[in-house]
Design a protein around this ligand. Structure first.
Ligand code: NCD
Length: 312
């Protein structure tokens, strides 16, 4: 189905075929993202960036994607500078914004905020992260990175390492990988396990999922090591955070036991989970992953906002 005019709130909003089509379209966007080819299908479009939580890559890669395709952005990067400071509701803010722009990209600290925004807006809303909920566009670029490295998304053994409780990127990614038939190995401190409702859903999808608490064993068998940051801002209790902070780290000795083709991914920012020495190894894929954010978001915006023809 065409994505024209549709919201993207959860990765569940996309079928496997739609994801495959977006990944194919994003490969064609790479030269435009690199600035070696010019195309301006969004020249008459304005996209609003409504970011109520810190962001570097997500907001700037969305802005770059809009501008590489000839469109323009209006941006809220600091919620403290908006009338929400005066008590304006999220509903009113988004409803008004939807009369200024052709689409809204939103990040918010509350899970479920993107769904509310989609109801408030009569223009498409793209979820750029809602609390510990979903981050579907990150998943698209994560899949693009794996597909580029392995040529497939099926049959990979993917270790999800770190904060699987609060990490929204893994909540979206685990679902997508299960749909593509990759195997998931969950590796986290006991207090940061993947929540039961997500595990139940993965079981329901027939996914191969296992738990491995020994990071060394997990890495030895992996094709992809997907590392995440402990989501400090989601902890209600400082002691709970301190108990897990710094409890895992990917470094050169750990990777000495890995398959030669292993790739290490991270949505970034990293906060000590990956030692800088890993950057120099052929395993490091996280900066390529960060670049692929631009062509992937271009492909998505082109489908949602374009003329209704399939992007490419
Ligand atoms: C992630 C996020 O915001 O969920 N960052 C990103 O979008 N690249 C991961 C994180 O903040 O740890």
């Amino acid at each position: 189905m065409s994505l024209h005019g549709r919201d993207l709130v959860s990765i569940r909003d996309l079928s496997r075929e739609e994801i495959e089509r977006l990944l194919a379209a994003s490969r064609k966007m790479v030269p435009i993202a690199e600035g070696t080819k010019v195309a301006t299908p969004l020249s008459d479009k304005i996209v609003a960036m409504a970011f109520f939580e810190p962001s570097t890559r997500t907001r700037l890669s969305f802005e770059a994607a809009v501008q590489r395709l000839g469109g323009r952005c209006i941006t809220i990067a600091d919620a403290g500078a908006t009338s929400m400071r005066k008590g304006e509701s999220l509903y009113d803010t988004i409803r008004m914004l939807s009369s200024y722009a052709d689409a809204i990209v939103m990040r918010h600290p509350n899970e479920g905020a993107a769904r509310l925004a989609a109801r408030a807006s009569d223009r498409p809303v793209i979820n750029a992260g809602d609390g510990a909920g979903q981050h579907p566009t990150q998943t698209l670029l994560d899949l693009a990175t794996m597909q580029e490295a392995f040529g497939t998304l099926t049959g990979l053994r993917v270790v999800l390492l770190g904060d699987l409780k609060y990490g929204r990127t893994v909540h979206s990614l685990a679902y997508a990988l299960a749909q593509f038939g990759s195997e998931l190995v969950l590796c986290s401190p006991p207090s940061l396990r993947l929540p039961e409702d997500h595990r139940e859903e993965l079981r329901h999808l027939g996914a191969r999922v296992s738990v491995e608490e020994d990071i060394r064993k997990a890495v030895a068998e992996a094709d992809v090591l997907y590392v995440t940051r402990v989501q400090k801002e989601r902890f209600g209790d400082e002691d709970e955070y301190r108990a897990v902070a710094g409890s895992y780290r990917v470094d050169a000795p750990l990777l000495a036991g890995a398959k030669s083709r292993l790739i290490v991914m991270h949505p970034l920012p990293r906060a000590g989970e990956i030692a800088p020495e890993v950057d120099e190894t052929p395993h490091a894929a996280y900066f390529r992953q960060a670049f692929l954010a631009v062509p992937v978001r271009m492909a998505l915006l082109n489908e949602i906002l374009g003329s209704g023809r399939r992007g490419g």
